[in-house]
Design a protein around this ligand. Structure first.
Ligand code: 2AM
Ligand code: CA
Length: 263
């Protein structure tokens, strides 16, 4: 596989999809709920996923596609070439704010992240990486993350995770919040991963993410030396929902230590 050629193809595809999303701002958008009242999807999420799938199936018929809205393949193992796509990550922001959302795309071969893209559609900002060849912000190479400490770190997370909830260790989260310099909630896992790679924040944590939320960002985070995986320190789950932390390597272990009692 010529990864550099595929990288150019992906950049064009992601930017074309971004233009389609910007065009949708002129149209009426249909909003529906999925698993619960605040789990939202729009006709644009679906149309953009279908746009990607039609293009990928035409140009790469033997590749598989794992997309949030379910128009792709059902993926139970990671062999071969798999495109992991979230057509709009931060759908709630897309609906309410028309900003702070992103297209997230990862291209994986036998479970290894080869190409990663996070496209901040409204700002026209592209974050991308090629495995082993560095991460880029609008074609400018990102530098390895320098050492830091938890006391001088900003951590991104959904504020919801600090409230008492089933399945959520809010006590660990509160202790972490009290320990760091600042906390931010942006509402798009993909963008928050891009912010870890560009040092706008030092870590991003979530109690519950899906493979397509993180697939693109994982490739980018790895290229700047960030450590990413679940709270137990295991590699990120690319098949199922799991806890997630991506952090500057200097603070990764200390963040996970806040969740040691998590089952
Ligand atoms: P989405 O917008 O694509 O649904 C919000 O904090 C971030 O978490 C978004 O990136 C959102 O992705 C993601 N997310 C995905 N699954 C989630 C879940 N089950 N609960 C909460 N947030 C989820
Ligand atoms: Ca989505």
């Amino acid at each position: 596989m010529d990864w550099h050629a595929l990288d150019l193809y992906c950049k064009d595809l992601v930017k074309e999809a971004g233009q389609r999303i910007r065009n949708s701002f002129m149209t009426d958008i249909t909003v529906e709920s999925k698993a619960h009242a605040n789990d939202l999807v729009t006709n644009i999420d679906k149309e953009i996923e279908q746009f990607f799938i039609a293009r990928i199936r035409k140009d790469f018929p033997d590749h598989r596609i794992f997309g949030e809205e379910g128009f792709g393949d059902s993926i139970e193992e990671l062999s071969g070439m798999i495109w992991m796509l979230d057509p709009i990550d931060g759908t709630m922001n897309f609906i309410h704010q028309k900003r702070n959302f992103a297209i997230s795309l990862g291209v994986y071969e036998d479970g290894i992240g080869k190409l990663g893209y996070i496209y901040d559609v409204v700002h026209g900002d592209l974050y991308n990486a090629i495995d082993g060849h560095g991460a880029y912000y609008n074609d400018e190479r990102l530098q390895p993350l320098p050492p830091t400490t938890l006391d001088e770190s900003i951590i991104a997370m959904n504020a919801f995770w600090a409230t008492p909830n089933r399945r959520v260790d809010h006590e660990g989260t509160i202790a972490l919040i009290q320990r760091v310099r600042g906390v931010r909630s942006y509402g798009s896992a993909a963008l928050e991963l891009a912010y870890v790679a560009t040092r706008r924040v030092d870590a991003y944590i979530s109690m519950r993410l899906n493979p397509w939320d993180i697939a693109g960002g994982l490739v980018i985070a790895k290229e700047v030396g960030a450590i990413a995986g679940n709270f137990k320190g295991e590699p990120a789950n690319l098949l199922e929902q799991d806890t997630f932390v991506a952090a500057n390597p200097a603070i990764h272990e200390e963040i996970c230590s806040h969740y040691l009692k998590l089952k």
